[in-house]
Structure formats: structure tokens, C-alpha cells
Design a protein around this ligand. Structure first.
Ligand code: ATR
Length: 282
């Protein structure tokens, strides 16, 4: 057990609600593992209180926070400075409170998404990708894939207008908006299929897909991690396709945030993953 002193570095996660967040467990694991004099706390903050609460945390010497639902857009608006990923995605998942009073907004989701694929030996440059969904998670995935050299990224979403808005905002010639019905007959030329919709999540409806025409080389990735083995991944696995579950992205997006808060770049290890799987009950 690491002793916390009066000089401890303090960071945390803010959301509403925040009790379900795995981030305290995740950052707490690294703090203990490295014997760092630090605390990573949950900060439940209601929507209307967000700006005031963040300024208060900053004034109280907190180094920064991770930002989750429903505050990612508000955090974007609050920040004085934004990194390139936050600007492209239009959302912030990490706020850093600097000594001079400036609040910096970063988005580590795209890097986490790509680092997780790399960890699984997946090269986004290998061929076309199809991203299902057009919410914040899709924006991070598409931005990450383009930055990592994907030759083409197709987007299919129930609400086509949202997919078109994503394509316009990211403004890259390699993006194609395709009909959502593509799910019911997935094409054979995909190197990567990514589900960023909430379908397949425990308590939500199923994602209707037909994997029959996918090439044996297609990697299927679901960013949903509750359950870890989604129906999509189970179906892909049953066809002998390579699959990547959603827990890795959560672990990898936390790495740069931890480094910014506590000054040490931690590793994503099997032991850490097993530690979190215990909480997820899988
Ligand atoms: P996040 O920021 O986590 O991506 P979000 O912005 O709420 O969350 O996006 C959720 C995604 O899941 C969207 O692409 C949404 O489609 P719409 O843009 O049409 O809303 C998709 N989604 C959620 N429920 C769905 C359903 N029942 N059928 C199809 N798509 C669904």
C-alpha cells in the first residue's frame, strides 16, 4: 500500500454519474504498481455545475481530470488550449490544469484506439476499414485510422446525416459515407470492421450484421466492453476471424492521461487487464 502524503498529486475522473467508471481502478493500479504518491478520485459533477466545478478543482491544485459522459463537449468548450485530436474530434476526454491557470483539453481516445490495435498486431494501413456508428467514439476511431494511414475509411450510421457531418468535420478524402444497410451484407474487401455503436452492449439491442462475405483476413473490433465478448465478436470468432475486444482501448487511452497527471508513462500489461476483468466479472 502506497502512503499518501500532503504532497500527493491529485487527479481523477468526472462524469454524471461516475460511480460505474473503471478509471479509478485503472489509474489506482498504476499508482500502486509504481509506488507513486498520488490519488485518482471520482468527481461526480452535474451538467450545470461543470465549469464551476472544474475551475474549483483547478484552484484546489488538482492536476487534471479525465472526462466522461456527459461532459466531453463541455470540456472542449471550457479548455483554453486544445490538442489536434481534440480539435478534430470536437470533444475532450482529458483536462489538464496548469499552474498559470490555463486549462488544456486533450483527446486520447484516437491514440488509445490505434495503440490497442497495434498491441494486437493490426495495421490500419493494410486496407479499407468500415466504422459502424457516427457518435463521439466513431469520430475518435475515424480520426485515429486516418492518422495511422488507413487507405479508406467507410462510415455507416443509422442516422445518415450524422455520418455526413462526421465526414465534413474531419474533411479527409479517404472518408466514404455508406448506407447503413451495408451491415446486412458486409463487403469482402475490408481489412477492418469496427463497431462503435452502443448495440451489443449489455441491456441494449443486438447489432444486426451479416459477416458471410467478409474475407478471412478481416479483423473485427468492437469497442463495447460490457460484455467483453459481444455477439458481434462471438459471431466473428465462430467464422475464424481475428477479433479485438473493447477493453484494450479503455486501457490504452488512459496511458497518456496518467503520464500527464503523474509524470510516468505506464504500461498496459496482462496483469492490469486481468485486474480490470475481475471488476467486469468476466
Ligand atoms: P458515443 O459518443 O459513445 O459514440 P453516441 O454519440 O450516443 O455515443 O453514439 C452512439 C452511436 O450508436 C450512434 O452512431 C447511434 O446512431 P444514431 O447516430 O443514429 O443515433 C448508434 N446507435 C445507438 N442505438 C442504435 C440503434 N438502436 N440502432 C442503430 N444505431 C444505434
Amino acid at each position: 500500500m502506497t502512503t499518501v502524503t500532503g504532497a500527493a498529486r491529485v487527479a481523477g475522473v468526472t462524469g454524471w454519474p461516475v460511480a460505474h467508471s473503471l478509471s479509478p481502478r485503472l489509474h489506482g493500479y498504476w499508482l500502486a504498481h509504481h509506488g507513486i504518491d498520488g490519488i485518482y478520485a471520482p468527481f461526480p459533477v452535474a451538467e450545470d455545475d461543470f465549469a464551476q466545478a472544474m475551475r474549483g478543482l483547478a484552484r484546489a491544485g488538482v492536476r487534471g481530470v479525465n472526462v466522461t459522459v456527459p461532459h466531453k463537449r463541455r470540456a472542449f468548450e471550457l479548455a483554453h488550449d486544445l490538442d489536434a485530436a481534440a480539435r478534430a474530434i470536437g470533444a475532450v476526454n482529458t483536462l489538464l490544469f496548469h499552474d498559470d491557470g490555463r486549462i488544456e483539453g486533450r483527446n486520447t481516445d484516437a491514440d488509445g484506439f490505434i495503440a490497442n490495435l497495434a498491441d494486437h498486431g493490426v495495421d490500419p494501413a493494410a486496407g479499407p476499414a468500415l466504422v459502424l456508428g457516427a457518435g463521439g467514439a466513431a469520430r475518435a476511431a475515424v480520426h485515429g485510422l486516418l492518422a495511422a494511414g488507413a487507405p479508406q475509411v467507410r462510415i455507416a450510421n443509422r442516422t445518415r446525416a450524422r455520418a455526413l457531418a462526421l465526414a465534413t468535420d474531419l474533411g479527409d478524402r479517404r472518408i466514404r459515407v455508406v448506407d447503413d444497410a451495408v451491415r446486412l451484407g458486409l463487403p469482402g474487401d475490408l481489412a477492418l470492421l469496427v463497431n462503435t455503436t452502443s448495440l451489443g452492449m449489455a441491456g441494449k439491442g443486438a447489432l444486426d450484421v451479416d459477416l458471410a462475405r467478409l474475407s478471412p483476413a478481416t479483423v473485427v473490433h468492437d469497442i463495447v466492453y460490457v460484455p467483453l465478448q459481444t455477439p458481434l465478436l462471438a459471431a466473428a470468432g465462430a467464422r475464424g476471424l481475428r477479433t479485438v475486444d473493447g477493453l484494450g482501448m479503455l486501457l490504452h487511452q488512459a496511458v497518456p492521461a496518467f503520464a500527464a497527471f503523474f509524470g510516468l508513462r505506464p504500461a498496459v500489461t496482462t496483469d492490469l487487464r486481468n485486474n480490470l476483468l475481475e471488476v467486469l466479472g468476466t
